[in-house]
Design a protein around this ligand. Structure first.
Ligand code: SAM
Length: 216
């Protein structure tokens, strides 16, 4: 496992340093090797948001991976669509035994594809997807989310924080960068707080930001 971890860290560092964002091919390779974010359960922050009533109406989990958060939310009674562009992970999610109890609609699509017609959704969850984007992709992403979210809908975003100083992992995200990417008048930042992302690296927990952002 340490060797795999080191390889993953090198891949992620290269992507970050080049500011190219993480490509679909790199994500697919990481899944082949054993993705460190596949922990077999939902992120605790997602459960906190759910308990606080932050998820309403039609929910979309963008960059859903194996669907751990999506299945959790479906189990809490939400209508959930999970989107990911890596074919193998979408196929595995569709075959997941959790589908029997808590069905989720899984779609394979590139969320940055302007031709993608979906939604509108009332709540969008981004658990670990935004922090893989380059600067240019961040701008395209915000435009795509504005189209996918109903006015009054909410984006719930969990990303590696600038405070995570240990080497490796994805790009770090600051509060200022979130405010810059999701500005008024289209967006209203409700809350940005310190949180954690659970993973199989970083001793199990990485410093993160949890953001609640309204689509105006
Ligand atoms: C770090 S993983 C997080 C997975 C999951 N949300 C979780 O919390 O465990 C990021 C996911 O976003 C997906 N992704 C990244 N860019 C994407 C894009 N443009 N369109 C669709 N999925 C994307 C990747 O394939 C990967 O599954």
């Amino acid at each position: 496992m340490p060797e795999i971890q080191n390889t993953l860290i090198r891949i992620a560092d290269a992507a970050r340093l080049s500011r190219q964002g993480v490509s679909r091919a790199v994500y697919a390779a990481i899944y082949e090797a054993g993705a460190p974010w596949c922990i077999g359960r939902h992120q605790p922050v997602v459960a906190e948001w759910e308990a606080s009533g932050a998820f309403a109406g039609a929910v979309c989990d963008i960059g859903c991976g194996p669907g751990d958060n999506a299945f959790f939310l479906a189990g809490r009674g939400h209508a959930v669509t999970g989107i990911d562009y890596v074919e193998q992970v979408v196929l595995a999610a569709r075959r997941d035994p959790r589908q029997a109890q808590s069905p989720v609609r899984f779609l394979q699509a590139d969320i940055l594809d302007a031709g993608l017609t979906l939604g509108p959704f009332d709540t969008i969850l981004d658990s670990g997807t935004f922090h893989g984007f380059s600067d240019a992709e961040r701008q395209r992403y915000a435009a795509r989310l504005a189209a996918l979210l109903r006015p009054g809908g909410r984006l719930l975003l969990l990303a590696f924080a600038a405070a995570e100083s240990r080497p490796g992992g994805p790009r770090r995200v600051s509060e200022g960068e979130l405010r810059q990417t999701f500005p008024a008048p289209d967006w209203g930042i409700e809350r940005i707080r310190e949180a954690a992302i659970e993973a199989r690296i970083f001793d199990g927990r990485a410093a993160a930001l949890a953001a609640e952002i309204l689509r105006r």
